[in-house]
Design a protein around this ligand. Structure first.
Ligand SMILES: [Mg+2]
Length: 174
């Protein structure tokens, strides 16, 4: 029952996700959450490491896109800098914005991975759409109050359960 909230893979950060693995798993498109996944919530700039990681994925031919619940202004600022297409005010975990984002990339659900830092928006929504979901540890920085007070507390329950499944850490969860 709780499995709909579980990611297929859990990584400490974006840069820990090996592009080779994403290639091996046969993905064409990668959808990325914005806040606390690509950039800290209080910054418009990604780290040098994240910039390089995105460049590497692009060089390998992956189609990349941002899917965020944040505003057009915020999402546009980061996406514009990185030269990535984006869906803003996505209202994750609803499925329609994920479908819109895949249409934007031109990929099917089975060819698309979703990477995000929140269980109840990114992972739940991605799983509902049949995407390969990857949970990352949130970047440091301020969080939206609703995230901090509600979502993170509930996430602890799911994360505690996840520890019983070490195969998630190795991407072998089915
Ligand atoms: Mg996030």
């Amino acid at each position: 029952m709780l499995k709909i909230f579980y990611p297929k893979l859990y990584a400490s950060s974006l840069v820990e996700i090996e592009p080779e693995l994403l290639e091996k798993l046969g993905f064409k498109g990668i959808l990325l959450d914005l806040d606390n996944t690509i950039v800290c919530r209080d910054s418009n700039r990604c780290s040098k490491e994240v910039g390089e990681w995105l460049g590497e994925l692009r060089a390998r031919g992956f189609k990349l896109g941002i899917i965020s619940n944040n505003s057009r202004r915020r999402v546009g600022a980061v996406a514009g800098q990185l030269g990535l297409p984006s869906v803003h005010r996505a209202v994750k975990p609803l499925v329609s914005p994920f479908r819109r984002a895949m249409k934007m990339l031109g990929t099917k659900p089975e060819e698309t991975a979703l990477i995000g830092d929140q269980v109840f928006t990114d992972i739940f929504g991605g799983n509902l759409c049949g995407l390969y979901t990857i949970l990352v540890v949130p970047l440091e920085g301020k969080e939206f109050w609703g995230t901090r007070l509600i979502s993170r507390r509930l996430e602890k329950i799911v994360l505690a359960r996840l520890k019983q499944y070490p195969e998630i850490l190795h991407g072998q969860w089915d």
